[in-house]
Structure formats: C-alpha cells, structure tokens
Unconditional design. Structure first.
Length: 268
C-alpha cells in the first residue's frame, strides 16, 4: 500500500474515532488528549535529542500528562500548569548542572518548557474548549482537518509555487490557498446547516483558524528540518507521527479558546 492510500485509510478510521471522542466528552475526550500529549511529547523531545540537547523525556512526559489531567479535573487549571512549568525548569536545570559533562541549562530548560507549552498546553486547551463550547471544539477539529486535507490534495494536484522551500519543499502557495478557501467554505456550510451564528463571526473564525493551522504545519516542519528528520514519528501510517497529524490543531486550540473567551455565550 503506497503512502497516499495509507494516509487516506488512517484518516478514514482515525478522524471519526477522534470526532466521537470530542462528541462524547468527559473521560473519553480526556483519554484522547492524554494520548496526544504523551506521544506528542515523546516525539518533540526526540527532535531535541536529534539536535544534540539531551533531556529526561520520562520525567517531562509525566509532567506533561498532568496538564490534561488538571484540565479534566479543574475548572481553572492555569495555576497548576504554571507550577508544572516551574517544576520542569527546576528539574532540567538541576539535572543539567549536575550531569556528567554538563550542558546548556538555557537550552535544556527552555526546550523542556517549550515542549510542555506547545504540546501539553496546546492539546489540553481543547479540554477547556470542549467544556465551554461543544460547537467550537467540533469546529476546531473539523476545520483543521479540512484545511490540512485540502492543502495537501490541492498542492499535490496543481501546486507549483513553493511556499517555504527552505522549511518544507513540498508545501505550495496553491495548496495553502486551497486549504484556506476550503476551510472558509466548510465553515459557512456548517454554519448554514447547524450553528446559525452571525456571518461575520463564522467567517472570521474560518479564516483565522485556517491561517493558524497553516502556520502550525510550518512550525512543526521547521522543527523537523532543524532536527534533520522527515517525520516526527511513525504511529500514524501515511501521516508520520502525532505531531505530523496534530501540528495545526496545537496552534489552533489557543486561538479558538481565546475567541470563545472573547465572544463568550454567543458561540455555545
């Protein structure tokens, strides 16, 4: 089976299961996010290791898993998250200082915190978003997937102008525009048949989400380029790793959560 068909099969099986977890909420959604956090952090700290920064992934993944747990159990997990970030800095700084051969405290503690913010924080915000607004949680997943899928297939079929060749030679301007346009159309259709929100709100949400998803894809591609690897992992056939599949969503979640806090009860 070639990579394209692996990609399609993984999406056909995985997307409905993930969407079912979003709709179910509660413990099922927590388990999905915990899996994304655990595997995503393992991949992220593997990237750091490829760059020559040796961390302690076991301890950091343990701290990372406390992020979705706090979001699941607490209405306001942010103080706990700040404490976990401080613990990560203390742990990595102390380990680096006393490690044989030493190392860079700035790099080790900085990458430890970046991984927790990027992966654990980004994914765990989806739990808070799901609690506040089922509709926005569904849109975050659905529109990010639409953007990723259309950007991939439009770029594959008609893409010629390279978007960021130094970071990801296969991404094209045509793919980017196809993803953004398709996401906007999908948002308007979902609104027409389900949500019935003000047109300016759903239009802004679709556009902002698509741009952020594209940026998330580029950021993760830059991480991989610096680490000298093609895929962040191997757990999802045709897609690579968890970060390869959820990279857009990790940056979309803070955006959509902030919009929910801004617009409040209007978008429930």
């Amino acid at each position: 089976m070639n990579m394209l068909w692996q990609r399609i099969l993984t999406a056909v099986v995985g997307a409905p299961l993930a969407l079912a977890a979003v709709l179910a909420g509660g413990g099922w959604f927590f388990l999905l996010i915990a899996a994304v956090v655990g595997l995503g952090l393992w991949e992220f700290y593997r990237l750091a290791e490829k760059r020559g920064v040796a961390l302690s992934p076991g301890a950091l993944i343990g701290l990372g898993l406390a992020f979705p747990l706090a979001a699941h159990l607490e209405e306001n997990p942010f103080p706990i998250w700040l404490g976990l970030l401080a613990l990560a800095v203390l742990w990595e700084a102390g380990r680096t200082i006393f490690a044989k051969g030493g190392g860079s405290v700035l790099l080790s503690s900085g990458l430890a915190v970046l991984g927790l913010l990027y992966v654990a924080g980004g994914a765990s915000l989806l739990i808070l978003l799901r609690r506040a607004s089922l509709a926005l949680a569904v849109l975050a997943f659905l529109l990010t997937w639409v953007n990723d899928t259309l950007a991939y297939f439009v770029g594959l079929s008609i893409g010629k102008i390279r978007l960021a060749p130094a970071i990801s030679p296969r991404k094209t301007v045509e793919g980017m525009l196809g993803g953004i346009l398709g996401t906007e159309v999908a948002a308007l259709l979902v609104n027409q048949f389900w949500l019935h929100w003000p047109l300016w709100q759903i239009g802004f949400l679709g556009l902002a989400l698509a741009v952020m998803a594209q940026l998330g894809d580029l950021v993760e591609s830059a991480f991989k380029r610096e680490a000298g690897i093609k895929d962040s992992g191997w757990v999802l056939p045709g897609h690579g790793g968890i970060l390869d599949r959820f990279d857009g969503l990790l940056l979309v979640s803070p955006l959509v959560y902030l919009l929910q806090q801004w617009w409040g009860a209007m978008l429930r």
